[in-house]
Design a binder for this molecule. Sequence first.
Ligand code: ADP
Ligand code: MG
Length: 308
Amino acid sequence: MSALVVRQVHKLYQSRFEALKGVDLTVAEGDFFALLGPNGAGKSTLIGIVTSLVNKTSGSVTVFGHDLDREPEAVRATLGVVPQEFNFNLFLPIIEVIINQAGYFGISRRVARQRAEFYLRKLELWDRRHTETRRLSGGLKRRLMIARALVHRPQLLILDEPTAGVDIEIRRSMWHYLCELNQEGTTIILTTHYLDEAESLCRNIAIIDQGQIIRQSTMRALLDQLHTETFVLNLRHPLALAPDIPGLRLRLSDPSTLEVEVDRQRNINGLFASLAVRGIEVMSMRNKQNRLEQLFLNLVEKRQDAEQ
Ligand code: ADP
Ligand code: MG
């Protein structure tokens, strides 16, 4: 069974602005799925529709076989949501936020306490359970929202830009926990414009732009479309000219920075050997651009070309 099926969903804001233009999307049970797109693409609108915060103009949404219009309560029970904006009472202690949420789902206070402890420990918030939420940093607030979204054990967890404002260390531990949840069987959908994270976490991906899904495929198939990768090498000694090495495209972006475009099939040892022979010492190296980011730009550009 699919975790989520979206068919021909349209959304008009104020009966004129078309934020979604016939969105079709299918997410399989057990998937770790990324909905990727630039700001204003319609990600939050789509998530809002699935989670009943936004009314769609037309189309249908089915969550684990339950139609959103006919069985909204069944859909709600299946879903855990981490919205883009913080939306809890800022003056409540952390633990109360979790217990209140359990109450909305008819979970007894006794069970709610156990689950609150379980999830707050998982998200490393247990020691601060009596702290008022307004005293938490952005990253801790985000983790609290994850704990809150899980308290009724949803089959599908949806996170809208979960890494916004989260520092790298907390982000890592968050990703680690999301992977664990997914391995235990929870289907996860996240929206992001941190493309590298979609790349490392998600198995399947849809790219949305201006209210339309412009691509849906496996992450692997998408990445295979990109054949070259550009590396940026930091040189020990400045150069006047980029070296000429047969079969490689090299350019200096400044005298100490060499950019090399490499075929993804090719081994880069040869590159270093060729540079060493020419007495060029490399101090450090990084990817110029995340591959997914490159791919996204290519897709959007192609579409714009087609429109013109
Ligand atoms: P994303 O989450 O991908 O950044 P959104 O779904 O928030 O995009 O927004 C999609 C488009 O819809 C944007 O152009 C945004 O300005 C517009 N929009 C979002 N919410 C509203 C609203 N309540 N009223 C009018 N326009 C809106
Ligand atoms: Mg958004």
